[in-house]
Design a protein around this ligand. Structure first.
Ligand code: BEZ
Ligand code: FE
Length: 291
């Protein structure tokens, strides 16, 4: 198209897309370019501002590698990851939450009641509950993956002092749908802020903190997979999670106990438990696969 103007440039772009373009791809591209062009016009974007934005993306690429993806972090801190999650999980099950970059495939499997705390510093925390469907049926054979930071706020992959897969495990529910594990309380921590995303934080007066949380993935035949997090009631960062992951149904009490007799039966840690210990009760509710 010749003589492209501010009024015709959006349509000109769309006209360049061939008929063989996959319909969903064409729809997404159309909307993306419509919104991007409208953004430039509405803000009267200057050349310098646009180049600054492109440099930001270039820098994000430069700092990314197999271990670190600054674009995913950008998606997290702008709320895009959470928004896409919420669009994809409008059902009556447990809310989903961000996956984050610290999930490791292949964590060792513990039996129900297993001890994930091992030699980690910190008070014993018992996390216990059941997996059920939205209809209330207990789910046997659900695979639960759990990963978290140590008391110092670091995941094992960020901390040379921790062994591989420290504070990461999987567990499979039995006929009663129950899971139970002993661990330590995770700590609040900062998302990486030494790259372009950190610049964004500083330029906008934001903090990189996330409230303490336990990460879970729950998978079972016939149900939608659930990626979620459980947060600690009272955490100072619940209202300012840098990645917008907190939902009301994911905030749980860490209930203090000073009596070892109150420990649930069948915990591997029973002999070594110390007081005070803390209890977190959390049930996972899974939506049917095709909901
Ligand atoms: C995390 O929960 O580990 C996390 C999530 C998003 C960005 C960075 C870290
Ligand atoms: Fe995390």
């Amino acid at each position: 198209m010749k003589n492209v103007s501010m009024d015709t440039i959006t349509q000109a772009f769309l006209d360049y897309c061939g008929e063989e373009t996959d319909p969903r791809t064409l729809f997404l591209l159309t909307k993306m370019v419509e919104h991007a062009h409208a953004f430039a016009k509405e803000t009267q974007l200057t050349h310098e501002e646009w180049m600054r934005g492109l440099k930001f993306l270039f820098d994000a690429g430069q700092i990314s590698d197999n271990e670190r993806n600054e674009f995913v972090l950008l998606s997290d801190v702008t709320g895009m990851s959470s928004l896409v999650d919420m669009i994809g999980s409008q059902h009556d099950g447990t809310s989903s939450s961000v996956l984050g970059p610290f999930h490791s495939v292949g964590a060792p499997e513990l039996p129900v009641g297993g001890d994930l705390k091992q030699d980690n510093e910190g008070a014993t925390v018992v996390v216990e509950g059941v997996v059920r469907g939205v209809d209330g049926a207990l789910v046997e054979g659900a695979k639960i993956e759990l990963w978290q930071t140590a008391e110092n706020g670091l995941y094992y992959s960020q901390d040379a002092k921790q062994e591989d897969f420290n504070l990461c495990c999987s567990m499979v529910t039995g006929t009663d749908g129950r899971y139970a594990v002993t661990t330590v309380k995770p700590a609040p921590y900062k998302v990486p802020d030494d790259g372009p995303v950190g610049e964004l934080f500083r330029a906008t007066g934001r903090t990189p903190w996330r409230p303490s949380h336990l990460h879970f993935i729950v998978q079972a035949d016939g149900y939608r997979s659930l990626v979620t997090e459980v947060f600690a009631n009272g955490d100072p960062y619940l209202d300012r999670d840098a990645v917008f992951g907190v939902r009301e149904d994911l905030i749980m009490d860490y209930v203090r106990h000073d009596d070892l007799d109150a420990l649930p039966d069948g915990l591997a840690i029973e002999q070594n438990a110390t007081i005070p210990w803390y209890k977190v009760d959390f049930d996972f509710v899974l939506a049917p696969e095709n909901s």
